[in-house]
Write a protein that binds this ligand. Structure first.
Ligand code: NAP
Length: 281
């Protein structure tokens, strides 16, 4: 599995990680097995959140990483309603308890809410000083939010911005990715398969993905992941609870698309105009 530098932190992190936003019908044993299989295959970047299954996803992640915590780059997120100066600390401590660990590698604000950003960031910096988190980041932040974050005195720097990014939703390419690259902030692509809405093989775009994939002995989804990873600043965190899906996703870890193939995908799934606000799920 390819590793790349996680923004300014310089940590070497798996380019393809594992999401954990399970639906309510998810099965514990299956989810844990899938995460472990993903770790075996090098997808050691795990993304979770207090929101997912109301904390249950964090417990499953804790079980999956038991005995191999040091191999994992572990990310969780605080809900905006909990992101006050005091409640952020409490939320993080609860996440750590559910994850059965003493630290997170990165802790994110899930999206902007009513609490002043300066308060949340002051809490994040306290958590860094206490060694409970090694870095902090943001999620669903457009450029104006990022600028505001950057301008807050004494708040340090976000390590990443986790944003919606897949073949049919490339809005972050207009301004968010360039902004993050200038400041060495990692860009983490969530819902890289469109949250289950992957291009159908009967469409022109789907057929192109199949054709390109066959040239690499790869699959359309592997090609899609490689397209999202074509810039060194980006990471992707597909969620898979099916073992064959896990193995397939990890298989995208080690090949590069040619410039011609990337240009073909760019034309088939066009960027489109810049939306007024950043799309999110
Ligand atoms: P996704 O990864 O785009 O898609 C997940 C769906 O794709 C699942 O139904 C999964 O099925 C299926 N899948 C995965 N690999 C596959 C493969 N190789 N072949 C066929 N189907 C495959 O959607 P997502 O869960 O929304 O996004 C990924 C992660 O990003 C989340 O889990 C979460 O950690 C994070 N996220 C963050 C935010 C945020 O606001 N920060 C928002 C959304 C998501 P199976 O489960 O059956 O394998």
């Amino acid at each position: 599995m390819e590793k790349r530098q996680f923004g300014w932190t310089r940590r070497e992190v798996a380019a393809i990680g594992q999401g954990t936003w399970y639906d309510h019908g998810s099965d514990r044993a299956q989810a844990i097995d899938a995460l472990r299989r993903g770790l075996d295959a090098g997808m050691t970047h795990i993304d979770t959140a207090e929101m997912y299954l109301s904390g249950v996803a964090e417990k499953w992640v804790g079980e999956a990483i038991a005995g191999r915590r040091d191999d994992v780059f572990l990310v969780s997120k605080v809900l905006p309603e909990n992101a006050s100066r005091k409640k952020t600390i409490v939320a993080c401590e609860k996440s750590l308890a559910r994850l059965a660990t003493d630290r997170l590698d990165c802790y994110l604000l899930h999206w902007r809410g009513r609490h002043p950003l300066a308060e949340t960031l002051a809490a994040f910096e306290q958590l860094v000083r206490e060694g409970k988190i090694l870095s902090w980041g943001v999620s669903n932040f457009d450029v104006d939010d990022l600028e505001e974050t950057w301008a807050i005195d004494g708040a340090g720097r976000p390590a990443c911005n986790q944003v919606l990014y897949h073949l049919e939703e490339r809005a972050i390419e207009h301004a968010v990715i360039p902004w993050c690259e200038r400041r060495e902030v990692a860009v983490v692509a969530y819902s890289p398969f469109g949250h289950g809405q992957f291009p159908d093989p009967r469409t022109a775009g789907g057929r192109l993905l199949e054709q390109i994939a066959s040239g690499y002995g790869a699959t359309p989804r592997q090609v899609a992941l490689r397209f999202l990873l074509r810039r060194a600043s980006t990471f992707a965190i597909p969620k898979a609870s099916t073992l064959t899906h896990v193995v397939e996703n990890a298989g995208a870890g080690d090949f590069q698309l040619s410039e011609t193939d990337a240009a073909g995908i760019d034309a088939a799934f066009p960027l489109g105009p810049r939306p007024r606000s950043l799309p999110m799920l």
